[in-house]
Design a protein around this ligand. Structure first.
Ligand code: HPA
Length: 273
């Protein structure tokens, strides 16, 4: 049985020994979005290399720090760097950050990512509130994991993503003047970007954005009883929708250009939650 408690006992202990507070909200920062952590008043930072068993992020733009910080009297837990399935990690490894968030007693989490825009009205630099997740591509692995830990064949996900967090993010967008798209997020296993044909299929299905993270983290966070919200930064036109060849550098460059708006939106969300 995949028991996260016994597998990650040392990791949990290291985190609880270093816990300065019970966070009001946690956020996982996606590709190129990690700088938010440096804009808040940090109380404590732990390199993930100091957490026993914590997988090492191998992707450029993912630093590998856990920060405890404050903003507008909110207590915030930030994960600067994420673990991807395409890096070769298994589901328990990918989901360790979510499990650790849960173990701190935190009840709300915002998951962020960089994504390709499929919706023809999206342009690189847009921020998108995730209002639905497509988990098909990870369903087998995720269901097997959830069945092992819960013993249940079927799990249901109502109020997912959380209506309360989503409404708060929308309000934060109005308050901060940061334009916000909204739409659905398709999980692709990666590591390659999609084929043109796959993007054409997504267009026909009305899918809005595609990425290689977040969906399984969101499902697990909900399973653990947390309220979950999601924000994508559209960093590029999805494959075949523009003449440019996709690259991770384009993702990072767009994230750099858009990060001030992302940070404004997220800080306003913290204040309103
Ligand atoms: N596809 C998948 N993942 C991504 C993309 C994309 O176009 N952009 C950023 N992450």
């Amino acid at each position: 049985m995949t028991n996260m408690n016994s597998k990650y006992r040392q990791a949990i202990k290291t985190l609880s020994d270093n816990l300065p507070f019970t966070p009001d909200i946690a956020i996982v920062l996606g590709s190129g979005l990690g700088d938010l952590a440096d804009k808040l008043h940090k109380i404590k930072s732990i390199p993930t290399t100091e957490i026993p068993g914590y997988p090492k992020s191998t992707v450029h733009g993912h630093k590998g720090f856990i920060h405890f910080a404050e903003y507008d009297s909110r207590k915030i837990l930030l994960f600067q760097g994420r673990i991807h399935f395409y890096e070769g990690y298994d589901i328990p490894e990918c989901l360790l950050p979510v499990y650790l968030i849960h173990k701190t007693g935190c009840k709300k989490v915002i998951l962020t990512n960089a994504a390709g825009g499929v919706n023809p009205s999206f342009v690189p630099g847009d921020l998108m509130l995730i209002d639905a997740f497509y988990t098909f591509n990870i369903k087998k692995e995720l269901s097997r994991f959830l069945r092992k830990i819960s013993g249940e064949q079927k799990n249901s996900f109502l109020d997912f993503p959380s209506r309360k967090i989503s409404e708060t993010i929308k309000l934060a967008s109005l308050k901060s003047g940061v334009f916000l798209q909204h739409g659905s997020y398709w999980f692709g296993k990666g590591p390659s970007y999609e084929t043109k044909a796959e993007i054409q299929m997504m267009l026909k299905l009305g899918i809005d954005a595609v990425g290689m993270s977040t969906a399984h983290e969101a499902v697990y966070a909900k399973y653990l009883g947390m309220e979950v919200g999601g924000i994508s930064l559209i960093t590029n036109y999805a494959a075949g929708l523009s003449p440019t060849k996709l690259s991770h550098q384009e993702v990072i460059d767009t994230a750099n250009e858009a990060k001030d708006r992302f940070e404004k939106l997220v800080k306003n969300t913290f204040s309103l939650l």
